[in-house]
Design a protein around this ligand. Structure first.
Ligand SMILES: [Zn+2]
Length: 243
């Protein structure tokens, strides 16, 4: 299949993830590349991340604050300013209803990004409902943000982004060359220290071999995506540019 490559570097990019760390997994290297070229980044995290522990006795209120700090740190490691909007819906219970859509539309209208990034809601056999709902919110939030008669009570000027990039794409058709930005993606992922065990399968952060295994998994993924377009490292997306 023919794939497109290399969007023009946007002045502003807004990325929408269900949980802290999703955006770094899906698009971290692309965001790092754009930030290095002068793009302003904003993260929107839909849930509070309060299910992100395998520890039955975890202090969940403390976990939420820890994960917010980690997400801001990850944004800075990508070259952003740490600008993160936390919508705070309960982890595992995100819905893609009108209230949530209004929040996403308002975020797009305020930040006025040229590119919006989010989960692909149509990825087949996706189990986690938050990822599916966050994906629908990215798509439907763009539709609401671009048209002047949606959510008039916001009193915000409508805004039409130039492109929507869906990561974890079911049918990827666009690849960004991220050669040289794998380390930035890895550094941003490692900012999510509380998630090393549950999402990165690193039981012991002091174990060089476990960290090396995680690093090689990430690099393998970048190489596989890059191969779709002949790049050493890439991140693949479903690109929607007819907005
Ligand atoms: Zn997630």
């Amino acid at each position: 299949m023919r794939v497109s490559t290399e969007l023009r570097v946007p002045a502003r990019a807004l990325a929408i993830g269900a949980h802290p760390d999703d955006i770094e997994f899906g698009a971290g290297a692309t965001l790092a590349k754009w930030a290095a070229a002068g793009c302003r980044l904003q993260h929107v995290i839909c849930t509070d991340g309060s299910k992100g522990s395998w520890e039955p006795d975890e202090d969940l209120a403390a976990l939420v604050l820890t994960r917010q700090a980690e997400q801001r740190d990850a944004s800075r490691r990508l070259g952003g300013s740490g600008d993160v909007l936390f919508l705070g819906w309960p982890d595992g219970e995100l819905e893609s209803g009108v209230r949530q859509r209004s929040q996403i539309a308002a975020a797009i209208r305020r930040f006025r990004p040229e590119v919006v990034l989010g989960h692909d809601p149509w990825r087949r056999y996706r189990l986690h409902p938050d990822h599916r709902h966050a994906g629908h919110l990215a798509v439907e939030g763009v539709v609401a943000a671009r048209d002047p008669h949606f959510f008039p009570e916001q009193a915000l000027t409508h805004h039409r982004p130039a492109a929507l990039l869906l990561f974890e794409a079911d049918e990827p058709d666009h690849v960004e060359d991220v050669s040289g930005f794998a380390d930035s993606k890895l550094a941003a992922l490692m900012a999510h220290r509380s998630q090393l065990r549950s999402t990165m399968n690193v039981e012991d952060p002091a174990s060089a071999s476990q960290l090396d295994r995680f690093r090689s998994e990430v690099l393998t993924g970048l190489a596989e995506h890059g191969a779709l377009a002949g790049f050493a490292h890439g991140e693949a997306f479903k690109a929607i540019t007819d907005l």
